[in-house]
Structure formats: C-alpha cells, structure tokens
Design a protein around this ligand. Structure first.
Ligand SMILES: Nc1nc2c(ncn2[C@@H]2O[C@H](COP(=O)(O)OP(=O)(O)OP(=O)(O)O)[C@@H](O)[C@H]2O)c(=O)[nH]1
Ligand SMILES: [Mg+2]
Length: 405
C-alpha cells in the first residue's frame, strides 16, 4: 500500500523551529528535530531548514525572539516556504501573531501528528476519533486564518475564511464535537461488547514507540498481512489476530504507536483503541534498539502506559532491529532523517547488549530482528511462558490434562 497523500499532492515545503534550553539541550533538540522532520516527511512535506534558538522560555507573543523571527521571515520569503513547524505547542495568540508576521501556515507538533493520524485512519472508529481530536484542538485556535475543516483538503494544516465567518465556524466546530462524541459513544459500546466476548481468552498487546516494528512482528507471529511501513504512525487502528504457540491460543493486538508529546486530545479520543491495551493480560513492549534515542522512547512509552493505567502488566521487552546494530558502521541509521551522520552507538555485540539489559533488571527481555527473522524462537518461547501461565489460570482443569499427557 502506498501513501496516496504524498504522491497525489505536490510536496509542500517546511522549515522547523525549536528552542534550546536547560530542559532540552542542543543534542536532544537535534533528535527532536530529526523526529519532527520525519513527521513532516510522513505527512508529505519537505524540510528545507531548521532554526534553533537558545531561550529558557518561549516568547509569549512569537515563541522565538525578534531577531530570530526576522531571520525566519527572510528565509520563508526568499524560499517561498509553505509552512513553519514548531516542535512545541503554540498558544492561539502565538499562532495568530506568527501567521501575520510570516504569512504562511503555522503548525506545531500536535497539529502535525493529528494530520498524520487523519491520513492514516482507516476504520470508522479511528476516523471519528481523529476528527474529534482535530476539532477539539481547533476550537480554541480558530482565527481568521484558520478554517472550516472542509477546506483542509488543500494541504497540511488549515487556512481560512474571513473574520465574520469566525463565530459561525466556532458554532459548527462545537456542534461537530458533540456529534462525534455521540458517534463514538455508540461505537465504544459496540467495541466493549466485542471485547467482552473475548473475556475467556488470553490477550496480548504489542505496544511501543511509533515505527519500532510492531506491525512487522504482528505479521510474523500471526502470519497475516498487516500494514507496515517506514513511516510514523503506519498503524492508527488496532488489529486483532488469533495466534497459537505450542497449542496454546491467544489474541494478539497491534496498536497505535506512541510518540513524545502525543497530543492529549488524541489520547482521550483514542480511549477505545487504547482499551485494547488496558484490557490486555500481557504486553509486548517493542523497542527499536537501533534508534539513537531508544531509551528515551522506552520512557515515553512507559509514561503513556502509566497514563492509561497499564504500567504494571506482565511485560516482555522486545528489543527489535538488532540487525542494524550488528552491521552498524556509523552511517545513517535505519532511514532516520539525520542531517549529518553521527556515530551514535559503539558497535556492541548482541551478548554485550543482552548483558547490559538483563543486568539492568529487564528480566523478560528478548533481542530480535523482525525484518531479518533473528531470534524469533526466543521471543516465541518467552511468549509461550507468559501466555501459558495465564491460560492455565483461566483453564485450571486443562492444566491437569495437559500435565498428565
Ligand atoms: N532493519 C530493520 N528494520 C525493521 C525491523 N523490523 C521492522 N523494521 C522496519 O521498520 C519500519 C517500521 O515497521 P512497522 O512494523 O511498520 O512499525 P510499527 O511499530 O508498527 O509502526 P507504527 O504503526 O507507525 O507505530 C518498517 O520499515 C519495517 O520494515 C528489523 O528488525 N530491522
Ligand atoms: Mg504499525
């Protein structure tokens, strides 16, 4: 499957902006901007340049200082840039001021993520969830440059009608929010009934940061076709498949990937999709161990899991993409959008990696490569152990026969 969005629409151009300060030092900001560029690329935009500024707190009116703003303005004008994307959320008044100064679309990370979700959503449920989140995000930010979502088709972000339409717009958006809430309530009920029917079955959920290989693992374990792609948020719906290992059956769910600063509105709206995680008996926490910030990604995932009361479930840590580490030679990792090539990893052997992680208290850690099918038996063994434990608590009688034969 291809992403029709990026092929159908002429590539829009973007520049990225972030602040460097005590909480996010320069090397971190570089990683954040790598990720932001990847997000921009996923929604079909080409990043031309990155601007950073050392500033403890964002400027109340313009996010950056006057001098930096002028630098950005010149660049935008000279290169006819379509949009400026900020790594942090902007206030409605910052958006208004920046639009006036820069005369192009102003986006922040949340809006970009919402945009990708809306491209990716397949099922009626996912579509309704994303639209609700978009309207909730939009409501406090409606200005004359912002618009009816119906005008959104033209490109990334939204641009809009005159001032007098504004009040009407606000009313339309409020009505839409009410409508989608109702729609989702109905879908949520249906989903809950469907999930209830699966109560007597062991349920395992694949969780992890976006683009770590969850869908690829799902494909391997369930031998089915699940959409996997080197793009962020390839999956925004959850897919459930039945898997059998050594005669023990269980349901495996592929879920939406997490990301740093996932818009709160999205987490709320994806409640029902996230219920698949909340109701799982066992989690497979998949990590892209070849990614320069994989440890931070683990923390982001753990924090999001805690947010949805799922931090304490029996978990197997699946360190994926070890093929990249095994052959790593200091060049661009894994297609991530690095501006310059930096050697992030000392060439660790698999044994060294395993020793490090086991030593750190991750007792249930497996190191695999889903793409190269390395160590998949180890993962299946670990899964079998956890799943059969649960299975025999649900079916204690079965264990007797099982043990007997
Ligand atoms: N080198 C390498 N690439 C892998 C491996 N496993 C998956 N990939 C690639 O990583 C990319 C992302 O894989 P997906 O399975 O779509 O990842 P995901 O976690 O489902 O991503 P989202 O649905 O976007 O959250 C794809 O290009 C895969 O081919 C691996 O073991 N090694
Ligand atoms: Mg996926």
């Amino acid at each position: 499957m291809t992403n029709t969005f990026s092929t159908a629409v002429k590539k829009e151009t973007a520049v990225l902006v972030a602040l460097i300060n005590q909480t996010q030092p320069a090397f971190k900001v570089k990683e954040y901007l790598d990720e932001l560029a990847f997000l921009a690329e996923t929604s079909g935009a080409l990043t031309l340049k990155r601007f950073t500024q050392k500033l403890e707190k964002p400027d109340v009116a313009y996010f950056v200082g006057k001098g930096k703003l002028e630098e950005i303005r010149k660049y935008v004008l000279e290169h006819q840039v379509d949009m400026v994307i900020f790594d942090d959320d902007l206030t409605p008044s910052q958006v208004r001021n920046l639009e006036r100064e820069l005369q192009c679309k102003i986006l922040d990370r949340s809006l970009l993520i919402l945009n990708i979700f809306s491209i990716r959503a397949q099922t009626a449920q996912a579509k309704a969830q994303v639209e609700l989140a978009q309207y909730q995000y939009l409501l406090p930010r409606l200005t004359k440059m912002w618009s009816h979502l119906s005008k959104q088709k033209g490109g990334i972000g939204m641009r809009g009608p005159g001032e007098k339409e504004l009040e009407t717009d606000r009313r339309i958006v409020r009505d839409k929010i009410a409508l989608f809430n109702k729609k989702l309530e109905k879908i949520d009920k249906q989903s809950a009934t469907r999930r209830k029917a699966r109560e007597k079955v062991v349920r395992v959920a694949l969780v992890g940061y976006t683009n770590v290989g969850k869908s690829t693992l799902m494909q391997l374990l369930s031998k089915s076709d699940v959409f996997a792609e080197n793009k962020l948020f390839a999956t925004v719906d959850s897919t459930v498949r039945k898997v059998v290992i050594q005669q023990i059956p269980f349901l495996l769910t592929d879920t939406v990937g997490f990301i740093r600063k996932l818009p709160h509105a999205l987490i709320e709206c994806f409640k029902s999709t996230l219920d698949e995680i909340r109701e799982a008996d066992i989690l497979l926490h998949v990590v892209d161990v070849s990614h320069p910030s994989f440890e931070e990604q683990i923390n982001v995932v753990n924090a999001t899991l805690a947010d949805i009361d799922s931090a304490d479930k029996p978990t197997i840590m699946v360190f994926n993409k070890i093929d990249q580490l095994m052959q790593h030679n200091g060049h661009t990792l894994n297609g991530h959008a690095h501006e310059e090539e930096v050697d992030y990893h000392p060439p660790l052997t698999l044994e060294q990696l395993e020793a490090t992680y086991m030593g750190n208290g991750h007792h249930d850690a497996v190191f695999v490569s889903a793409a190269k099918k390395i160590n998949m038996d180890k993962l299946k063994e670990a899964l079998y152990e956890k799943v059969s434990d649960k299975y025999f608590t649900i079916y204690p009688n079965y264990k007797k026969t099982w043990a007997y034969y």
